[in-house]
Design a protein. Structure first.
Length: 161
């Protein structure tokens, strides 16, 4: 008895989403509905600020895509895509650029070695730092230090000659 009443409770007409030849023709004549606005591309302001703050706080150590995505509260894939939409560069390109930007005043204003600066900013070694610096700045860190010394600072090389 129960099984006989269940089929009759279902609607006899096909679902509205099921196309038929009549509805297809009507849909092609009817004007398209206004698009529903979706979420804005890129990260939200709060999420982007959390990620940028995380990068700046952890420049001296390894920064992973998973950490940054967790700071933005989203998956790695969606985070990487939205970060690029927000900033114009990938998350790892941003981390590298920030490390180089932090290295520039350290090179100009410091008596520390290039290797010490490289390790302090999270590079694997001085060679990795030098390659990255040259790619982004256009000159080696040592050349940058010679060309842009801190105001009032004279290097040992410049004092003698």
């Amino acid at each position: 008895m129960y099984s006989a009443t269940v089929p009759s409770a279902r609607p006899v007409l096909p679902p509205a989403w099921l196309p038929s030849s009549g509805t297809r023709a009507a849909a092609s004549i009817a004007p398209a509905a206004a698009p529903v606005p979706g979420p804005a591309p890129g990260l939200g302001r709060a999420a982007l600020e959390r990620v940028l703050r995380h990068v700046d706080m952890h420049l001296g150590g390894p920064v992973t895509l998973a950490e940054l995505a967790a700071a933005a509260c989203m998956s790695r894939f969606h985070f990487a895509r939205r970060f690029r939409q927000s900033t114009g560069e990938s998350p790892m390109q941003y981390v590298m650029r920030r490390r180089i930007e932090c290295a520039m005043p350290m090179l100009a204003d410091s008596a520390r070695s290039v290797a010490a600066i490289a390790l302090e900013l999270g590079f694997f070694d001085q060679s990795h730092f030098t390659r990255s610096f040259r790619r982004l700045v256009g000159m080696a860190p040592r050349d940058y230090r010679r060309r842009y010394p801190a105001p009032g600072a004279r290097s040992a090389e410049g004092a003698g000659g």
